[in-house]
Write a protein that binds this ligand. Structure first.
Ligand SMILES: NC(=O)c1ccc[n+]([C@@H]2O[C@H](COP(=O)([O-])OP(=O)(O)OC[C@H]3O[C@@H](n4cnc5c(N)ncnc54)[C@H](OP(=O)(O)O)[C@@H]3O)[C@@H](O)[C@H]2O)c1
Length: 263
């Protein structure tokens, strides 16, 4: 019997790389996508003989990236049973200090690419009456985060979009889950310097555990999964607070962080 195929965007490092390994261990063939070829080839080598791994090197922030991805999988004659929208970009700092290029890249990758990729692969899933979609959101999608204004807004989009889709598709055989990690040790966090903040080690999750939780949530039919007890407590606490309290506290923390970073 042929194995199910999982397509994972942003599989060259971090959470996406670990998600690819989890899906391979759970006996899925893989289509792995990113801009860097070497880590994708390494995945293919690692699982050679056990599952089929198809590396696709693409810049998904480009307007035609998602369509090129769909066309490439069609050319390979592959059916995508599970779509994992993981590729993402982050920015930490004042919104006013972002360049237009940074703004457009973040929006393109976190929102447009995820939307277009889902829209490209969904009709085939609907025609088959089966399919799974895992969207990587974030705990910051649950509330406003001054100092990460655009990133948190983009993840709020992912969370809301995933919840709506999960209900829209519930009776059509398609599962949609949003994975909402908290701070997780990956290149993204190192690049932002978030791992240097006092106490960050205490709340830092590891990409392997986050990936395992994403896989479980999708296969258990959970619409939202927040990995880690501390993250769950924070999200649940925040759910019952008035928006102004959450916003004010986040503002105080954001301004203090900004002041500490800038001496
Ligand atoms: N780390 C955290 O604390 C955290 C917390 C919550 C949510 N998340 C989310 O988790 C997801 C994965 O992030 P990560 O932390 O694992 O960071 P990461 O290690 O930097 O991974 C980002 C992945 O996205 C790919 N990517 C970036 N730009 C791309 C582009 N233009 N086209 C195609 N692929 C691109 C990267 O590959 P290439 O560079 O090879 O293209 C890489 O594989 C993101 O959606 C992020 O927002 C992370």
């Amino acid at each position: 019997m042929s194995k199910p195929t999982a397509l994972i965007t942003g599989a060259s490092s971090g959470i996406g790389y670990e998600l690819a390994k989890v899906f391979a261990e759970k006996d899925h063939d893989l289509i792995v996508v990113a801009r860097r070829q070497a880590p994708l080839e390494a995945l293919a080598e690692q699982y050679d003989g056990r599952v089929n791994v198809h590396p696709l090197v693409l810049d998904l922030s480009k307007a035609r990236g998602p369509q090129k991805l769909y066309d490439a999988t069609a050319e390979l004659g592959l059916q995508v049973d599970t779509l994992v929208n993981n590729a993402g970009a982050a920015y930490q700092g004042r919104f006013a200090d972002m360049s237009r290029t940074q703004i457009h890249n973040l929006l393109a990758l976190n929102m447009r690419c995820l939307t277009d990729t889902t829209h490209a692969f969904l009709p085939d899933m609907l025609a088959r009456g089966s399919g799974k979609i895992l969207n990587v959101a974030s705990v910051v999608g649950f509330q406003a985060i001054p100092g990460m204004a655009l990133y948190s807004a983009s993840k709020a989009f992912v969370l809301s979009f995933s919840e709506s889709l999960a209900e829209e598709l519930r009776c059509e055989g398609i599962r949609v889950s949003a994975l909402c990690p908290g701070l997780t040790r990956t290149d993204m966090v190192t690049d932002l310097g978030t791992d240097q903040y006092p106490g960050s080690e205490l709340i830092m999750g590891d990409a392997r555990s986050v990936a395992l939780e994403g896989y479980q949530a999708l296969h258990n039919g959970e619409t939202i999964r927040v990995p880690g007890l501390l993250n769950q407590l924070a999200v649940n606490w925040a759910e019952f607070q008035p928006r102004w309290i959450k916003r004010t506290l986040a503002g105080i923390a954001g301004r203090a962080t900004f002041a500490a970073r800038n001496g």
